[in-house]
Design a protein around this ligand. Structure first.
Ligand code: GDP
Length: 206
C-alpha cells in the first residue's frame, strides 16, 4: 500500500508562470532570482515530479515515449525559478547530439550566477547508468549544491525502497541528507522536497 502523503506541501497552489524555452544556457531572465534546476535521464519522471511539486498536472509534459528536446524550460514562482533541464541518455542520440548536450549542461552549470541548487533524479529501481555516472562527475566538478531524488518508489515495497535508497546513496557516495525518495504518483516525499527547494532558494522564499 502506498497511501498519499498528508504532510502539507508549501509549493502547492503557489502562483507559477511559464517563462519560456531557451537554447542558450546564458539566457538572461528578468527579474534575476535564485534558480533550482532539475536534471535526470530521460523518462526518469522529471516532468511528473515538477507537476507534483507545484500541484499542476499539466505544467510540464509527461511523456510515454521520450522526445529529444534540448531546451531549458524556465518556470517562475514568486521569488524563484524552477529550471527544467533536458533529459539525457537517449539510445538514438548521435555523437554530435551528445557533445551538444554536454556543452549545454556544462554551460548552464558553469555560468548561472543565481543557481542555488540542482535536483538530480534517479529511478530508485536502477543502478546508475553510464550517463548517470557522467552526469555525477559534471555535478561534482560544478561544485553546486546537489540533492539526489530517487523517483518511482511506489514501484517497490516500502522496505525494498528503503534498502535501495541506502544502496544507491552508498554507490554514489552521497550522505543521507543529500538524498530523498519520492513517488509523484502518490505524492510521497514531495512536500519534503518542496521544503528543501524553498530552503535552497534562500530567504526571499521563506
Ligand atoms: P521525464 O521524461 O523524466 O519527464 O518522465 P515523465 O514524467 O514523462 O515520466 C515517464 C514515465 O514514468 C511516465 O509513464 C510516467 O507516468 C511514469 N512515472 C513518473 N513518475 C512516476 C511515479 O512516481 N510512479 C510511477 N509508478 N510512475 C511514474
Amino acid at each position: 500500500m502506498h497511501p498519499k502523503s498528508d504532510v502539507p506541501n508549501p509549493l502547492q497552489g503557489i502562483p507559477i508562470e511559464f517563462v519560456g524555452s531557451f537554447p542558450d544556457p546564458r539566457v538572461r531572465v528578468e527579474p534575476p532570482l535564485p534558480e533550482i534546476a532539475f536534471i535526470g535521464r530521460s523518462n526518469v519522471g522529471k516532468s511528473s515530479l515538477l507537476n507534483a511539486l507545484v500541484g499542476r498536472p499539466g505544467l510540464a509534459r509527461v511523456s510515454g515515449s521520450p522526445g529529444k528536446t534540448t531546451l531549458l524550460n524556465f518556470y517562475r514562482l514568486p521569488a524563484l525559478y524552477l529550471v527544467d533541464l533536458p533529459g539525457y541518455g537517449f539510445a538514438r542520440a548521435s555523437k554530435s547530439d551528445r557533445a551538444g548536450y554536454r556543452k549545454l549542461i556544462t554551460g548552464y552549470l558553469q555560468t548561472r550566477e543565481r543557481l542555488a541548487g540542482i535536483v538530480w533524479l534517479l529511478d530508485i529501481r536502477h543502478d546508475p547508468s553510464k550517463e548517470d555516472q557522467q552526469m555525477h562527475e559534471l555535478l561534482i566538478e560544478s561544485h553546486r549544491p546537489v540533492l539526489a531524488v530517487f523517483t518511482k518508489t511506489d514501484k517497490l515495497s516500502r522496505s525494498a525502497a528503503a534498502t535501495r535508497e541506502r544502496e544507491l546513496a552508498e554507490k554514489l557516495g552521497l550522505q543521507p541528507e543529500q538524498v530523498t525518495s519520492t513517488s509523484s504518483r502518490f505524492g510521497l516525499g514531495i512536500p519534503e522536497l518542496a521544503s528543501s527547494i524553498i530552503a535552497a532558494g534562500g530567504e526571499e522564499n521563506s
